[in-house]
Design a protein around this ligand. Structure first.
Ligand code: NAG
Ligand code: NAG
Ligand code: NAG
Ligand code: NAG
Ligand code: NAG
Length: 616
């Protein structure tokens, strides 16, 4: 099966002895030419152990030499001979043109980072022949001449960074279907923004006399291809627009109605039966504060049931306060709907209204007491509960930043601050610790419903796991669609999720964090992918960097740690439960990976500072 990534790579390639010797010779020739003084490569150890060199089998597949004091021209017959090279990172050095054209022999090259050097002249003609390229960064050099239209050959390109060069002329009609990151700011380009690049942010085109979306409209209309419209054409457009509007409106209307049927968007009222009296109150679904309802009869409140608080909990509010408060729907989960409830005294809590609970009050309170007793900095605290025949409410602390799912998958693209590697690893660690704590309470204790929408954040440093152990309260084993992508293959009864099955779900969550992709059905009405299978298939094809979330690849230092984290996700999602690690082992490994990347980051900064000192 999928033991380790490295093992996979080893068996995939079987290099010949001649290639191995050739790679060593090529690296030495490279060092002689540009890094004689800078590269501390010890020829008495295997070149695969040299700093910056990563081998797969015995062939060089990555060369990472950022800010390493390299200077001068790279001759032909050096890097071009590393025919298995996939990643070449030479950023922040003092390398100059020309780039050797035999780099075109590196047909596996996916990542080429040359930013922050002294390259000049035309963008090399051989670049469009490197059709495996995914990330190309030529920023902060002195490239001049025009941007070649032939870059359209690079159909896999996801990143094209050309900012801070001396490029001139118009931007060609680039049509790169996978392009996500693009920047040509601070060049000397003019003319209009090509149609396929109009979705890019305005700051991808800074400081140049360009026009057209996303910048200001082109004057006169000839550069944007607009011309005067006849009256007939205008009428046609108007009718067309009206039709489109009507269609869109119709679709929206239908969607809303369908949602309404499933109870999602309907204004909502909680009905709490107290004794034989029924109380309705103002929990509203539309986000607007509900009017404080006057319908609450205090006598009814006192007559019977009350909120049961946990611990020595400050009972600053009671059931009446809760029902009087305004509320909005946070989401419909596996076990019921959650509301954000704003109490009049300024306290905000999350209230979960459980569905399908069929057990005696004694049984319920026994189980809920066990959940309430789980006190850990990485679990959402259960503050209180209410139990009656018709209504079961759980009162939790409110987590203002929402769920990992919404942070990770919500409003991608514009106006979003990306989740960096450091935050992602700290979220992973916190969630793992919360789950580890649940597992530590008894041999059979499990969370039962681990998914990214159950990992909540109060701030970027306060991460807590929610909904723990509610599966044990559910009356019938409802199989939630939204849990489907996280469910271990052996789980048939969602009430009986083992600790090993929790580890599987957590593994999927890790893969989600690293790839930025949602597991199957995790997002309502959207497909998503079978993450464990997808990751494994991509690993097979050796498209390592394509696995990672684009947002992470801005931080090019951490690739090794990302691979380790990916490996952990793969281990956790082993098909056979006994092959999965325990949650405690998972915590230890995440902690190690995190420490390593914090350290690497620090060294990187120091190294970079050093390189700039030498240069300037
Ligand atoms: C190179 O490696 C050999 C074998 O490990 C070691 O004995 C030697 O001291 C190293 N040389 C330098 C300059 O580090
Ligand atoms: C690179 O490959 C070429 C042709 O295969 C060969 O002639 C040259 O010697 C190689 N360069 C090094 C440094 O070995
Ligand atoms: C475009 O890619 C093909 C291979 O897909 C290659 O043969 C061709 O030379 C490339 N074109 C340019 C201009 O490099
Ligand atoms: C755009 O730049 C080119 C080269 O710098 C120049 O020849 C051309 O006149 C410019 N076009 C416009 C419309 O400014
Ligand atoms: C493009 O590069 C410039 C200069 O480095 C930077 O200010 C801008 O934010 C970048 N824009 C994008 C979209 O990356």
């Amino acid at each position: 099966m999928f033991s380790t990534l490295l093992l996979l790579f080893h068996t995939y390639l079987s290099p010949t002895a001649a290639d191995i010797v050739a790679d060593a010779a090529a690296l030495m020739a490279f060092r002689t030419a540009v890094g004689r003084l800078a590269l501390p490569w010890n020829t008495s150890v295997s070149f695969c152990k040299w700093p910056g060199v990563i081998c797969t089998g015995d062939r060089v597949t990555s060369l990472h030499l950022p800010a390493s004091g390299l200077i001068g021209q790279i001759p032909a017959g050096t890097l071009g001979n590393l025919s298995d090279l996939q990643t070449l990172s030479l950023r922040f050095n003092a390398l100059s043109s020309p780039l050797p054209s035999d780099l075109s022999r590196c047909t596996q090259l996916r990542n080429l980072y040359l930013h922050g050097n002294r390259f000049s002249g035309d963008i090399p003609e051989f670049l469009p022949s490197l059709t495996a390229l995914v990330h190309l960064n030529l920023a902060d050099n002195s490239f001049s001449g025009e941007i070649p239209l032939a870059l359209n050959n690079l159909t896999r390109l996801g990143t094209l960074y050309l900012e801070r060069n001396q490029l001139i002329g118009r931007i060609p009609e680039l049509d790169l279907p996978n392009l996500i990151q693009f920047n040509v700011s601070f060049n000397r380009l003019n003319g209009s923004v090509p149609s396929k690049l109009r979705g890019m942010p305005a700051d991808a085109f800074l400081d140049m006399p360009l026009c057209g979306e996303p910048l200001s409209a082109c004057p006169g209309g000839d550069s944007s291809g607009r011309s005067k419209l006849s009256g007939g054409a205008i009428a046609g457009i108007a009718i067309g627009s009206l039709a489109v509007f009507l269609i869109v409106f119709g679709v929206l209307f239908l969607l809303c109605r369908r949602k309404g049927k499933t109870g999602d968007a309907k204004p909502f009222e909680v009905e709490v039966a107290l004794g034989d009296k029924k109380m309705k109150n103002g929990f509203r679904a539309d986000g607007k504060p509900a009017k404080a309802a006057a319908a609450v009869a205090p006598a009814a409140l006192e007559s019977q049931k009350q909120l049961v608080f946990f611990g020595d909990g400050h009972r600053v509010f009671d059931l009446g306060d809760l029902l009087r408060a305004s509320a909005e729907v946070l989401g419909k989960g596996t076990f019921g709907t959650a509301y954000k409830v704003m109490l009049e005294m300024g306290i905000v809590v999350a209230v979960k209204r459980l569905q399908d609970v069929n057990m005696s009050p004694e049984e319920f309170s026994k189980k809920i007491e066990a959940i309430g007793a789980m006190d850990h900095p990485n679990l959402v605290p259960l503050l209180a509960y209410y139990f009656s025949k018709n209504e079961k409410l759980l009162v939790y602390a409110y987590m203002p930043m929402g769920s990992l799912s919404s942070i990770l998958h919500g409003n991608r693209g514009s106006g979003r601050s990306p989740l960096n590697w450091e935050i992602r690893t700290s979220i992973a660690l916190a969630a793992a610790r919360g789950i580890e704590h649940i597992h530590s309470t008894s041999l059979t204790a499990s969370h039962g419903n681990i998914k990214s929408s159950n990992v909540l954040l109060a701030s970027s440093s306060e991460v807590r796991v929610a909904d723990h152990c509610l599966a044990h309260l559910a009356g019938n084993s409802i199989v939630s669609d939204r849990f489907a992508g996280y469910r271990a293959p052996e789980v048939t009864d969602t009430q009986k999720v083992s600790q090993k099955a929790d580890v599987y779900s957590f593994g999927v969550l890790l893969l989600e964090l690293i790839t930025g992709k949602a597991p199957a059905q995790a997002i309502l009405n959207e497909g998503g992918v079978d993450l464990p299978r997808w990751v494994q298939s991509v690993i097979h094809e050796e498209w390592m960097t394509e696995v990672f979330d684009m947002e992470l690849l801005r931080y090019q230092n951490g690739e090794e740690e990302m691979v380790q984290m990916l490996q952990l996700g793969v281990d956790c999602t082993a098909q056979i439960p006994d092959q999965r690690p325990t949650m405690s082992a998972v915590v230890v490994r995440i902690d190690e990976i995190r420490q390593a990347s914090l350290l690497a980051n620090k060294e990187q900064h120091q190294q970079q500072a050093l390189a700039f000192d030498v240069d300037d």
